[in-house]
Write a protein that binds this ligand. Structure first.
Ligand code: PEP
Length: 251
């Protein structure tokens, strides 16, 4: 059975004291509750070790937001998958549209990062999604297929089974526009079918596919009610416990 997940992506927000307070506040708010999904927070690299020490990471998983495409060595300023894993983080968000757009991450670079993440025991949360013009011209299905095929389809079935996919239409990220639940279901089912075509029905059925893009307390329920939407990757609304908790409770 595939997992339901609600994951936050804090992006480049919060100082370390602010991040610690947010993580501890979320842990406090979840006390005595048994969410029907796994909860993850994607925190800045500088916060990983401190947050992993401060909270019970068996209740709230910790994700990095990127990792290097090199194993180690003379790559000033980079953070390797092994370094991330050594902090206690279990996940890494890869291929976010902001990294593709502003840091020119290519399918090939992302393929290398996915491989390094998996070989270091991290679960990649691999983001895909089309820009507005691609949706408007009806190319969104082809775009996501290409993103998945180019970066992931050389993985063994065993390794592919370890990752999580996040479908995030770029036009919905941080814009307040959300795909309707029907639009999300349609493309999630399509992505699952593409996976089934490569790895078979069982692996496709077990793959967690999250929706991301202006998900909030109001729209989360209808999105996660869809059979192929297994949760969400949440940016803005993950920066406040009051906004994030109702999304976790939308299952
Ligand atoms: C994201 O950054 O992955 C995201 C979905 O952001 P937001 O929820 O703010 O649209």
């Amino acid at each position: 059975m595939r997992k339901n997940i609600i994951a936050g992506n804090w992006k480049m927000n919060t100082t370390l004291p602010e991040g610690l307070a947010l993580a501890k506040g979320l842990e406090e708010a979840l006390k005595g509750k048994t969410p029907k999904c796994d909860v993850i927070i994607g925190v800045p690299a500088t916060h990983l070790a401190s947050i992993a020490t401060a909270i019970d990471s068996s209740r709230i998983g910790i994700a990095a937001q990127n990792c290097a495409d090199k194993e180690k060595g003379a790559f000033t300023g980079e953070t390797s998958a092994a370094m991330i894993a050594s902090t206690g983080a279990k996940y890494v968000i890869l291929g976010h549209s902001e990294r593709r757009q502003y840091y020119h991450e290519t399918a090939q670079t992302l393929k290398t990062k996915v491989n390094l993440a998996i070989s270091n025991g991290l679960t990649p949360i691999f983001c895909i999604g089309e820009v507005l013009e691609e949706r408007e011209s009806g190319r969104h299905f082809a775009v996501v297929d290409e993103q998945v095929k180019e970066s992931l389809f050389e993985l063994s079935a065993e390794d592919f089974s370890k990752l999580v996919i996040a479908y995030e239409p770029v036009w919905a990220i941080g814009t307040g526009k959300t795909a309707t639940a029907d639009e999300a279901q349609e493309i999630h089912a399509h992505i699952r079918k593409t996976i089934a075509g490569k790895y078979g029905q069982e692996i496709a059925e077990n793959c967690t596919i999250l929706y991301g893009g202006s998900m909030n307390a109001e729209n989360a329920k209808s999105l996660v009610a869809k059979p192929d939407v297994d949760g969400g990757l949440i940016g803005g609304a993950s920066l406040s416990v009051e906004k994030f908790l109702p999304i976790i409770e939308s299952f």
